[in-house]
Design a protein around this ligand. Sequence first.
Ligand code: GLN
Ligand code: ZN
Length: 778
Amino acid sequence: FPVEQRGPAGRQPVTITMAPPSAALTTTLGYPCMGGRRELKTALEAHWRGDLPAEGLTAVLDEVEAANVAAAAAAGVSLVGVGDATLWGPFADTTTRLGLEAPRHRALPAGLDRYFAAARGVPGVAALDMSKWLNTNFHVLVPEIGGEGGATLPPPADAPGWADLVARVRTAQSAIGASRVVPVLLGPVTYAAGCALSGGVTVASLVEAITPSYVAALRALDAAGVPEVQLHEPALVTSDGPALRPVYEAAFAALAKAELPIHLVTYFDDLGDAFPWAVRLPGVSAVGLDFTRGDNLGLLRTHGWPAGVRLGAGVVDGRSVWAEETESAALLDAVRATAGAGVVVCVQPSCSLAHVPLNLEAETALPPAVKARLAFAKQKLDLLVRVAGDAVGDTTSAASTATPGAAVVDASAAITSAIDKALFERAEPFEERRPKQFSVPGGLGTMSIGSFPQTPAIRRLRALFKAGKLPADEYTAAMDAATVECVRLQKETIGLDVLVHGELERTDMVEFFADKMNGVAVTKAGWVRSVGSLCVRPPIIHDDLSRRQVPMTVREWAVAQAAAGDTPVKGMLTGPTTILNWSFPRKDLSREAQAMQLAAVVRGEVADLEAAGARIIQVDEPALREGLPLKRSAWAADVEWAVRAFRLSTTVAAPSTQIVTHFCYSDFSDPDVLAAMNALDADVLTVENTRSGGEAFRALAAAGYSRDLAPGVFDIHSEVVPKEAEVAERVQAFLAKGLEPTRLWVVPDCGQKTASPDLCTSSLKAMVEAAGAARSAS
Ligand code: GLN
Ligand code: ZN
């Protein structure tokens, strides 16, 4: 039935077709919010440039959310999640509502200036730290609470509160009716667990301090007429979940007083040991579980389900781009059968759909056989309603009784026994091979991490070529000229010891390789938000992987090496686990098996670069750490195959070839991860170190890392050129730890793709001068 939807103020009302709510209860937990033409990205960047006022920016966000609500209603979803659309992310929004900005941010005018200062920093005022949202590639802010620079508790009485959320809920209610609109909130315990706490503040004390604000939110939303509220509490599925029991019980006892039904939402793993009490928290009328990851089904079988609580069956995988309709239906049947006849089941995605691209209809160039098996967010809405409908009163329709996931081939035994163990070992141990490799007399060699600034001119060249508006030979000539220019800059102006070609031809370190492989598809508009306005298009792995273009990188390397003369140019590759973690994997093959296939691809490229004359080859693995499971106890197995995949990628190199690797923006303090660093058996480890305040170097030094080490000496995200003295101080600090200068390299934290050319050059110059001074002093 068509319903007139009131558009945001000043816009034309649009008529949306709204399906009646599905017969079986369905709900959504969140949706992509960049817009079909990435209009929120454009608006954010215009606002940051000063070209779009705050009202214009929030109007775009409202418009995107209105379209999202309309899409869910049109699909027939019964309870539509609203309020998850965000200018930066859930931690930024919740911090503003609670008034818990760090004092340095509170000193700025309230509103978007303050909001974005916390997210991005302003000159002289540092941003908050960022971290990846659980095991996704979406970045969230880490609010600072307590201590010297953090927000003080209790939250200020004049905090903005939740009026913005209530307003958005009312807008959605007027579009699709009050009974179908459910507000989405980041839960108080998961919020507190994601903050950086100091000065005696604990998760418990922070939760206690913010619970009154949440109670007020629930009361206001109740007054607005919502049927229930979603509190997203994925902290329950992490290793910390069980220990948080008293915090959860106290918080939910207080929240229950608002008497608004709460849907407690969890995702990305099972509830583990927290299951028995988490499903019985006070005030909770529904609990959403992810049945596509972990073993919630087994826990349900073991522990049963409390009477009177609705079971949220997350059976449509929100992290996968595969349609999997039969699998979802079979899973739903299994959930219903296990829960028993008396349990009310709500069919839902396993998590927010914001982790998949918006709309498959935008893809016109995907191989038809692949496209036919895919579903993006919009398609998943329809699928959700179909799966729920099929299941109503008809448990025979989904005939498949296969346990989902059973088809996954466990590669570990098959792959490792089928291939020679020697494929995982370098021909000589590090101590023997290292003297045969490149080194700088006196040590403290300087190099970059690989990428150089991608100027508008470079981007324009790539875009014109991609659009077919620039002939291949002209494009190649122009890119080669830029590469030669980049090499000259490094060699003559900056004076680096090891050069790179600059990665100017690469849009993205994963998509670039995916585009040259068989078995993986790249999309035109499959954008997924990564941080702020930045979106990535994760490639889709759909078949066995091999190189389509052989070799993939040698030509650009050779152009650079020819321009570099005697100075070595590093070959630059992305490692297997990083390609896997930043892609959508297959689900009919284990992640390990896919990593091994990627390793075979990278291995071929290492061999080809070496054959062409490369003496140094870097294999980046920045995403190795972030793909690890949420439960700490499950790490060891994944770390083990990630290391094996790296070794398979690199052991083809001759002893005289130097293998470099690069890690960044991850927590290295875990013993399994530290052990993995050594086990990679790379010759040089470059690691981001400045942004994280020297954490990586401290951890690696303490763990006795035994190869060449290159801790970053300046933050590549800073807009300020590092002072030579600062860099020199950092180098001295490494040497003071007893590291031999010949084992120490001097590098930036990460690649410089997004820096301005001047900043990049000046920063590297300061670094080279500091290294030179330290070399002559030591
Ligand atoms: N070589 C890549 C670059 O310089 C590494 C990027 C990364 O670590 N994310 O851009
Ligand atoms: Zn990096």
